[in-house]
Design a protein around this ligand. Sequence first.
Ligand code: NAP
Ligand code: HSE
Length: 430
Amino acid sequence: MSRSLRIAVAGLGTVGGGTVELLRANRELLAARAGRPLELVAVAVRDTARNRGLDLSGVRVESDALGLATAPDVDVVCELIGGSDGVALELARRALASGKHLVTANKAMLAHHGVELARLAESRGAALGFEAAVAGGIPIVAALREGLAANRIRRVYGILNGTCNYILTQMRATGRDFAEVLREAQALGYAEADPALDVDGIDAAHKLALLASLAFGGVPRFDAVHVEGIRHVAPIDIAFAEELGYRIKLLAVARLTPVGLEQRVHPTMVPANAPIAAVEGVFNGIVAEGDAVGTAVFEGRGAGRGPTSSAVVADLLDIARGKRLPAFGVPAEQLVEHPLAPMAAHQGRYYIRLLVVDRPGVLAEIASVLRDQGISIESLIQRARDPGRGVPIVLTSHETTEAAMSAALGAIRNLPSVLEPPRMIRIEEL
Ligand code: NAP
Ligand code: HSE
């Protein structure tokens, strides 16, 4: 058998700890598949004294992660610390610059610095693996880079944040409170160190920028993703969605439109019978639409110890087997800058919920605002009756533009009979 692949793991939290466990548990299987042993030689953590319940016999335990980047007995560094900059980025730069392969689960770092790191890797003949960075255990990076590489991709969309999907699923199934379910997701190791990254949609946007790059051959443009999180999704919206035949998901969508690349992450009503609607709990789901393959659907656990370590170790196996592919599917120099489609140009249908004074003429006022923006109402629900006081009404629109809808919501908000800011959720045709 050939020489072992010597691995260093920086960070022993959910992902790093899981990676060490999997390397140990499947040692023989991995060696057989790679044709050589995958040998863990060093780890780095902040607190070297803490017992993590891991078998680290024969492994160096260090507090200086950056030392791994130049250690002569290391072939590949796994950066499993996190953070878009700081130690993680410095470790990635130094490891690649010294010719070591890099495996990372760090979508934040890649969304900001991916092209720079890909260039560095290519210049040194090193691999840059990031399967764990998008959709946990689902091999979607390999699928877009390899299995679907023959296709012109029309659209890629999906549920990319396990924490948000877990929260929305639990809220719908049990009526439990947002904050309580978020605490549970944190305890299960699903959430980011700063859970605002999850619930405000930023983590899904990092992943979408990477998926869009793989799908459309462009430079990842996280800064060009329209992002809204799930904090404003209320139980009443979940109930109305159900009644209207939809589920609410934090959906990430990327597609090339006639005016450029559209990338958006926001709470979305998806038809209850669409495959993506059935993706529940911590699961992620991704749909890729290609000109040859048609629609390909992927589903699996999107966060947590097992799924993410499965993806990290898959990258290590690829490296051990000698596979070297451009990180984003085409050489970094050939990634293009797509024109960017403004969100105002987005076209779609919309759900609007208002709290209005229950008195004659209110609906006519709202309808006239929508008429002035050329927006056609598809359905309207008002059930409660409470003369002179606030009652909820719900509208869905036919297809219109984001620009028209924003203008209409601005005007509706200013009507004296409207008691709180309108809530809007986009409806996606799937
Ligand atoms: P985590 O549980 O918070 O673990 C982070 C680890 O990094 C800890 O072991 C910590 O050491 C170590 N660390 C922090 N600063 C360090 C430093 N300066 N030097 C050495 N070690 C340092 O994080 P995680 O959930 O495993 O996430 C790690 C990465 O994977 C992030 O980029 C995250 O976005 C990504 N990711 C996470 C998941 C998931 O389900 N959790 C899924 C996909 C991707 P101590 O233990 O000593 O504090
Ligand atoms: N916090 C992320 C999530 C981890 O909930 O999906 C997986 O990337």
